[in-house]
Design a protein around this ligand. Structure first.
Ligand code: XMP
Length: 514
């Protein structure tokens, strides 16, 4: 695990920006990790954290059931920064008052700076625009607290304790819409907490390689898919344990065009990672025959994947470890502790791996966010094309085919997906959007080819923008780009006579059609 000494702990009160706070602090070069809101003060002290940030959250501090931190933390010596709900906790704990605000503040607001010290040190602006999202506010400050800034609706938009160790802000400095938010976090982290820069992907790489190479005995098995996470995990492990790492690429036949060849090129040939390719396309297609229910298809893909993987492990073993490219948000969301992983996660990419192989799990990326994995991948020499590649669902094209997966629909889906990807790359749009793909069902429409009327498939093209896949908006593509995609699909993909563009956002639609 990473050095917690000198790091920043973010206590999670359920706010939507808790992860963002960690990412911003890490962006300043200081390790930050998320902890449960009730983590004991003594634990934080023992870990040697330099300071604590109390996140926002949806509750009201005056509700009996609302989450509260360990009281010792609020009375203790560790520097504290409370954001929104976290701020209100600090106010309440020291005898101030928090009430439902007469006017709620959501979205953009502005704060006038009264005192350029503490969080606002070095800020030259009179006013800063900032992001608010609250319905409660402090109505009376505890004794000794002073005001650093005011907003239209809050006379106490930013405050500081008499000893300059505790701060509270009603707005969200971690959100990009808050002007100079980074400078405020930097003031807290460096000036108040005295944290030192040390978190960088090159340090992480060095530490992790030495930690893994001294702790791992025996052979490690890693399933690679060509995606960013498993690729970075495998290159990292290869650095640590050399050819005691064996990667396996299972071709489900449900992958994007040229995926196996690409993995072979960059992972095996260019980076020298041992990868074996297992062609299981026929088995997957046979197992999917006659199935049209999306959940059933997902389950079958997961089960067949697990069977093929298990067979590989048994016939090529023995292995001691199973490597997975799990990322930090997955670890936190599944409620696991930060102890070295001990359970096999039913990762939806691989639909649950066999539990009776008695392999220990190694997850070298479990402290990292996606953007950090990309930077690490770049240091490890992975091509930009792989690092920037859009997410692709574990069950692959099976979820981009509505109804039964037939060889013909699979071919059309794969070719149409390739056209969409190619056009977006050509037009410089690929890296600006979250995902872009094509899907089809059993809909056939009448078309005319030459003088002949011909019934053919209708393909739907979907391009979405998103930050985290929880919500997504359809991409306002240019008519020229849509025209190019449509022409190329109908000209190049045999059997397609019609192309439509999806204009649904998530919610209510999901990103993938199934
Ligand atoms: P939905 O369709 O639920 O997808 O809006 C959200 C994001 O997750 C991806 N996705 C998957 N990824 N295994 C995965 O690894 C899956 O089974 C799976 N299903 C959806 C999807 O591409 C989108 O980015």
């Amino acid at each position: 695990m990473h050095q917690t000494d000198g790091s920043i702990a973010v206590l999670d009160f359920g706010g939507q920006y808790s992860h963002l706070i960690c990412r911003r602090v890490r962006g300043l070069g200081v390790y930050a990790a998320l902890f449960p809101f009730d983590t004991p003060y003594e634990t934080l002290k023992t870990m040697g954290v330099a300071g604590v940030i109390l996140s926002g959250g949806p509750a009201s501090v005056y509700d009996e059931s609302s989450p509260h931190p360990d009281g010792a933390l609020l009375r203790g010596s560790l520097p504290l920064l409370g954001i929104c709900y976290g701020y209100q906790l600090i106010v309440q704990a020291h005898g101030g008052e928090v009430q439902r605000a007469s006017r709620r503040e959501y979205g953009k607001s502005s704060v006038r700076i009264l005192d350029r010290s503490g969080l606002f040190e070095g800020l030259s602006q009179e006013k800063i625009s900032c992001w608010m999202s609250h319905s409660d506010s402090a109505t009376k400050l505890p004794e000794g607290m002073s005001v650093l800034g005011v907003s239209d609706n809050s006379p106490y938009a930013a405050v500081q304790s008499a000893d300059g160790r505790q701060f509270g802000v009603q707005f969200h400095p971690e959100v990009a819409h808050t002007e100079r938010g980074d400078a405020m976090l930097s003031n807290f982290v460096f000036n108040v907490c005295g944290a030192k820069k040390g978190w960088s992907m090159s340090n992480f790489l060095e530490e992790t390689v030495s930690e893994l190479s001294s702790s791992i005995e025996g052979r490690v098995l890693c399933a690679v898919s060509g995606g960013v996470d498993s690729s970075v995990a495998s290159v990292l492990l290869n650095r640590a344990v050399g050819d005691r790492l064996q990667c396996v690429f299972i071709d489900t036949g449900l992958l994007r065009e040229g995926e196996a060849a690409e993995v072979s090129k960059f992972l095996k040939e260019d980076l020298g990672v041992p990868v074996e390719f297992v062609d299981a396309a026929d088995l997957f297609l046979r197992s999917l025959k006659g199935l049209s229910d999306p959940e059933e298809k997902r389950k079958v893909v997961g089960r067949v994947f697990a069977d093929v993987f298990e067979h590989y492990a048994r016939t090529n073993g023995p292995f001691s470890y199973l490597a997975q490219g799990t990322l930090y948000p997955d670890v936190i969301e599944s409620g696991r502790s930060s102890a070295p992983a001990s359970v096999i996660k039913t990762h939806h990419n691989v639909g649950g791996l066999p539990k009776d192989l008695s392999l220990r799990v190694v997850e070298p990326l479990k402290a990292l966010y996606k953007d950090e994995v990309r930077s690490l991948g770049a240091i490890l020499g992975l091509p930009a094309r792989v690092l920037q590649r859009h997410p692709f669902p574990g069950p692959g094209l099976a979820v981009r085919i509505i109804g039964e997966v037939t060889p013909d629909k699979l071919r059309i889906c794969r070719q149409a997906n390739k056209v969409v990807e190619d056009v977006l790359l050509e037009d410089g749009v690929y890296n600006k959007v979250w995902q872009a793909f094509a899907y089809l069902g059993d809909d056939r429409v009448t078309g005319v080819l030459g003088d002949e009327r011909k019934v053919g498939y209708q393909v739907t093209v979907k391009v979405v923008e998103s930050q985290d896949a929880m919500t997504a908006d359809w991409y306002r593509a240019s008519h020229q780009m849509l025209e190019k995609i449509s022409n190329r699909i109908t000209n190049e993909v045999e059997g397609v006579v019609s192309v439509v563009y999806a204009i649904s956002s998530k919610p209510p639609a999901t990103i993938e059609p199934q």
